[in-house]
Design a protein around this ligand. Structure first.
Ligand code: AMP
Ligand code: MG
Length: 435
């Protein structure tokens, strides 16, 4: 049997970050910058007022106080609006708004709270220092500055900065377009009426959701019947405009395992037995440049395999440097059964985080490959090594944190930030199992 680590390494060596494209900001959100971004303009672009108040010459109101207020004529308004303000002559003031261009002649802004706020003339009761309340051009970003390095994930703050810099379409790795195909003649679409021997297709929904969480754009093809012709025809179709294809079911040794039947014949997809539980039968290959992942049909096997093999590949295709789930050390709450020769990924809940000791891992429910209820409430997958010995209560094991990153921080795990790309795939293949 092939090791999990070897399978991850093979997959990451076979996929690469998607070719960079210029995407408008709305589509670039959640993508990774493919090139260093240097500012084309300065921020702020011009000197402007940081306050609503009056632009004037500090020397004209030096020594102003409540007991000795100073009154100046107001010559006009300077709004935050297009245009160039007129100069402010000595002995006068101009009413100015936050963000409005700072006028020539003046050297400070006295905020409205230090005045009587009038429009025709203004009485100043506190003396501003020269240069006060002026945002200087370029004090945030100078033109030419490296503001965001290649490899940076574009979240809200980065999108905002790009817009401020007047970058309408940054160069990013696009999101992978993923086709999810569930196979099985027993499957009906959710919401339908079940007949004898039928089950609701959960894999296509679960895997599609997992792929979206991994940053992909997903098309779902549900309940492909166990007919080699039907499967082959659909596959040809979806390969035409997908960056990756994920199938579920039909990869073991049953009589109607069409995925294996059709894809093994291509010679490009390899079907292997992995030393893991759940998820032993796996297939992977590249068809016409498109990676194809064939996951087993049992729902827990499908999602656990997605976590281990597909999620890292999709993240690597997105250009992220950090592709694996974060790991942490946990203490077992009860004896955990080993599966000799195979590495087990058991679904656990974590408790007791935050007191400085490792969280305690409790089995989240039944551990069968068909038992979705435990996975649905699990915080983590605890790894029981392939060595063979059962693990008694109170031992430390490594676990992969599931869910979003807030779950990870609640459990006390370190969540590695996504960083600059460029680490070769081989270095990414280190698995979380640490075995
Ligand atoms: P297979 O790998 O196709 O033999 O499927 C293994 C087990 O997983 C069988 O019990 C199937 O009924 C079940 N299964 C396969 N595909 C799905 C699916 N899309 N949703 C839920 N269960 C599935
Ligand atoms: Mg099947």
């Amino acid at each position: 049997m092939k090791s999990v680590d070897a399978h991850i390494a093979d997959i990451l060596a076979a996929v690469s970050p998607l070719s960079p494209r210029l995407l408008p900001l709305g589509s670039a959100h959640g993508c990774v910058l493919a090139a260093d971004l240097h500012a084309g303009v300065a921020l702020p672009g011009f000197d402007n007022s940081a306050m609503d108040g009056y632009a004037l010459h500090a020397a004209d109101v030096a020594g102003a106080s409540p007991d000795h207020p100073v009154t100046l004529p107001v010559t006009g308004d300077i709004p935050a609006a297009p245009g160039t303000p007129a100069p402010v002559a000595r002995g006068t003031a101009a009413r100015i708004m936050t963000g409005a261009p700072f006028p020539p002649g003046a050297d400070t802004v006295v905020q409205v709270e230090w005045t009587d706020g009038r429009m025709d003339q203004v009485t100043v009761v506190r003396a501003p220092a020269p240069g006060q309340n002026i945002r200087r051009a370029g004090e945030d970003v100078a033109a030419g500055d490296l503001v965001l390095p290649a490899g940076r994930l574009l979240g809200a703050a980065q999108i905002g900065l790009l817009a401020a810099l007047n970058v309408a379409a940054p160069t990013v790795h696009p999101r992978p377009r993923v086709a999810v195909l569930s196979t099985g003649s027993e499957l009906i679409e959710v919401g339908g009426t079940l007949g004898p021997g039928q089950i609701v297709d959960s894999n296509s929904h679960a895997v599609a959701a997992a792929a979206r969480e991994a940053g992909a754009e997903v098309r779902r093809f549900a309940g492909v019947p166990d007919s080699p012709d039907a499967f082959a025809a659909l596959l040809t179709d979806v390969l035409a405009d997908a960056d990756a294809v994920i199938t579920t079911g039909g990869v073991s040794v049953g009589a109607f395992d069409v995925v294996k039947q059709v894809l093994a014949a291509t010679g490009e997809v390899r079907f292997e037995r992995l030393a893991m539980r759940p998820g032993m039968p796996q297939g992977f290959g590249v068809l016409g440049g498109v990676p194809v992942f064939t996951l087993p049909g049992n729902p827990v096997s499908a999602l656990v395999s997605f976590e281990l093999f597909v999620r890292p590949a999709l993240r690597w295709m997105r250009g992220l440097a950090s592709v694996h789930r974060p790991t942490l050390v946990v203490t077992t709450a009860q004896e955990l059964r080993a599966s000799p020769g195979r590495r087990s990924y058991l679904r656990v809940r974590l408790t007791g985080a935050g007191d400085g000791r490792p969280p305690v891992a409790h089995l989240a429910g039944g551990q069968g490959a068909h038992q979705m209820s435990a996975l649905a409430v699990a915080d983590a997958l605890v790894i029981v090594p392939e060595g063979g010995a059962d693990v008694p209560a109170g031992r430390e094991l490594t676990a992969l944190l599931l869910g979003d990153e807030t779950v990870a921080s609640q459990a006390g795990g370190a969540v590695p930030a996504d960083q600059v790309g460029g680490v070769p795939p081989a270095d990414r293949a280190r698995t979380e199992a640490g075995a």
